[in-house]
Design a protein around this ligand. Structure first.
Ligand SMILES: NC(=O)c1ccc[n+]([C@@H]2O[C@H](COP(=O)([O-])OP(=O)(O)OC[C@H]3O[C@@H](n4cnc5c(N)ncnc54)[C@H](O)[C@@H]3O)[C@@H](O)[C@H]2O)c1
Length: 332
């Protein structure tokens, strides 16, 4: 396949898929497909309720290369599929691959000889080749790495961050053969401003994404604990801010980030106003291994996964006292 011949389909037009579709539409003809008719209708009308794009930007994409549809037959003409559907976890903390496998079935029905399927959904190492490929083979009747090929390029965007937008992110790419890896890499490179990193294998690319998410998870848990503890110990506001600042000068300090996509717990809102940077995951029920922490999931319970562990017993004692004094403060 030559670069100029590719016809892209982005399957799943959510926080990840829509920015990707709009980015590729700057250079290629893109069909964005989603099974959610309401989502497709709003996009077709030039509105993105996830706020990744203004109405003007959305309308510009629609008149410059992007078509949004829930009509599966439009995938027939595509030869480069990008899958960006959710990979949530169940209440038992098991990964729910149903949306991913459902989207894979859809793609499989339209797969042709020579086509490439690139997965962007966050998955555990091995899932793309061991779980998705057999479904593609079964539905399409084609053979992996003979008739069709795959790639994996984990998404790294942070929804709501209008500074580090998708085109500025350095993407990890990979492919099922060295040639396909090169080709996938060249396609992504053709629309990105800061280039790509080509991983040696699909599993390595999957693993890289998991490491990033786990580090963020630990980071958030740690900062939540700091918030619990310091609130309970009445170390608040400017005192904490002033102490935090010099720690930046210490060598080998682990960089602590505040995830912009997280909503604060109401208690954190107060803390944040006073300068504390801890945040809670706002949606414990929907907490998945991928940490979709988004502005639209508004519940005011701290996330257990994010806030368990890490608390020093001494501080826990303070926290318990604080909880008795302020029963409305939920803690973990
Ligand atoms: N949101 C983030 O911050 C973020 C960042 C990096 C990676 N990711 C990963 O990217 C993937 C997508 O996440 P998201 O936040 O965009 O999810 P999302 O829920 O915002 O969007 C997913 C879209 O896929 C659609 N969909 C579901 N099944 C489908 C199917 N069979 N065919 C077509 N469309 C289908 C849904 O209707 C929805 O519009 C997940 O694996 C996630 O872990 C998310």
């Amino acid at each position: 396949m030559k670069t100029e011949d590719i016809k892209i389909a982005v399957v799943g037009l959510g926080y990840v898929g829509l920015p990707l579709a709009c980015l590729f539409a700057r250079r290629y003809e893109v069909v964005g497909f989603d099974i959610n008719k309401a989502r497709v209708a709003e996009l077709q009308a030039g509105h993105d309720s996830t706020d990744s794009f203004t109405d003007d930007e959305m309308k510009h994409s629609l008149t410059h290369g992007l078509t949004c549809t829930d009509d599966e037959s439009m995938l027939d003409s595509r030869n480069f599929f990008i899958v960006s559907v959710p990979t949530p976890v169940t209440s038992n903390h098991r990964v729910d691959l149903n949306p991913l496998l459902g989207a894979t079935v859809v793609v499989g029905r339209h797969l042709k000889r020579g086509d490439i399927v690139v997965y962007e959904s966050t998955v555990y190492p091995g899932a793309t080749e061991e779980d998705c490929v057999p479904v593609l083979e079964q539905v399409s009747g084609l053979h992996y790495n003979e008739d069709f090929f795959i790639g994996y390029s984990p998404e790294r965007i942070n929804p709501g961050d209008h500074e580090h937008t998708i085109e500025k992110i350095r993407k990890i790419t990979s492919g099922s053969t060295p040639e396909v890896a090169d080709f996938v890499d060249s396609i992504y490179n053709s629309v990105l401003e800061n280039g790509t990193h080509r991983a040696p294998t699909i599993r390595v690319a999957e693993a890289a994404k998991i490491i990033e998410n786990c580090q963020r998870d630990v980071n958030i848990a740690f900062m939540n604990e700091i918030d619990h503890i310091f609130n309970a110990m009445n170390i608040r506001g400017s005192k904490y801010k002033v102490e935090l600042h010099p720690s930046r000068t210490r060598t080998r300090r682990w960089p602590l980030h505040r995830s912009r996509s997280l909503l604060p717990h109401p208690e954190s809102t107060r803390s944040r106003r006073n300068g504390i940077i801890a945040l809670y995951c706002p949606h414990p029920q929907r907490h998945d291994g991928n940490l979709h922490c988004r502005p639209d999931h508004q519940t005011h319970e701290p996330c257990r996964t994010h806030s368990e562990g890490l608390t020093h017993p001494h501080a826990r004692l303070h926290l318990q006292r604080e909880l008795q004094r302020h029963p409305q403060y939920k803690g973990d």
